[in-house]
Write a protein of this length. Structure first.
Length: 91
């Protein structure tokens, strides 16, 4: 005998494999977020919390023409953690 569905659900229940929002709308929303200042604010918040933030920068090695941009950690790209002290040790 098959197991019955639990809870209040009656009839067909979506498996959640298809989106009900069109791809064009999702793509436009993503592009708007990526170009907004909100993204930078979220990245700075994550950096302040000690998380590993990655940023995309132009590739300094111009000989790698197949990789015009590279992803590097924010600290390597020159970002500084707000509120951290950067005094030289042993000076």
């Amino acid at each position: 005998m098959a197991k019955r569905k639990g809870g209040k659900s009656k009839g067909n229940v979506s498996a959640g494999i298809h989106s009900n929002v069109s791809g064009a709308i999702r793509r436009d929303m993503r592009n708007a977020y990526l170009s907004s200042g909100e993204r930078i604010i979220n990245q700075m918040k994550a950096l302040r919390q000690g998380k590993r933030v990655m940023v995309t920068i132009p590739n300094p090695n111009t000989n790698e023409t197949n990789k015009p941009f590279i992803r590097v950690p924010a600290q390597q790209a020159g970002w500084k953690v707000p509120g951290a002290s950067y005094a030289k040790q042993g000076a």
